[in-house]
Design a protein. Structure first.
Length: 185
């Protein structure tokens, strides 16, 4: 059972499939937050306002295809995992193209009864990536704190001669370049 709460955007038009998929997700994720849509406009709104960790999408939708949804998601944030849950991808070439275009994987709806088993490795990967990003963010935050503390220390130094003043200025300039590069990431 995945203990980390996952924010899942489900792009599906059939209510019965929505209910089946939600039930299967709850078998493997302790506290999922699931939003459902079946069109690109609402999908875009959910990307902005809901900020999902993963998107699960059908391939055939009323007003677009799953590839359209995947393109929207990847253009918005290429780090969001995208998984097709569909009955449509029977063609091996089409399945390969979904992966080549950025999907993390696909699961056929004919496996709906054991969807949890097939979906679990994908969702575990999402959690691992979330933890890795959180650790990276924490290290960056700690580095910024350290740089700010050094900068403050340099401001408190009373320089007695021109050479020391010039060295402090050079250190501050180097640190400012570091801060600008760090903020750009």
């Amino acid at each position: 059972m995945i203990k980390t709460s996952l924010r899942i955007l489900l792009v599906e038009d059939l209510e019965t499939d929505v209910n089946l998929i939600k039930r299967q997700i709850r078998k493997i994720v302790e506290d999922p937050v699931i939003e459902v849509t079946d069109n690109l406009e609402d999908c875009r709104k959910h990307l902005v306002n809901f900020a999902p960790d993963v998107v699960l999408s059908d391939y055939n939708l009323p007003n677009c295809t799953g590839l359209d949804v995947m393109e929207l998601v990847k253009d918005f944030d290429s780090n969001i995992e995208f998984i097709f849950i569909t009955g449509t991808i029977q063609d091996e070439e089409l399945a390969a193209n979904t992966i080549l275009n950025g999907a993390s994987g696909y699961i056929l709806k004919k496996h709906m009864n054991n969807l949890a088993e097939k979906l679990e490795p994908f969702l575990k990967k999402v959690v691992v990536n979330m933890v890795a990003r959180d650790e990276l963010r924490e290290r960056i935050r700690n580095n910024k704190i350290t740089v700010n503390q050094i900068y403050e220390y340099l401001d408190q130094i009373n320089a007695d001669n021109a050479e020391q003043v010039d060295n402090i200025r050079k250190i501050k300039e180097a640190m400012n370049r570091f801060k600008i590069e760090d903020d750009a990431e």
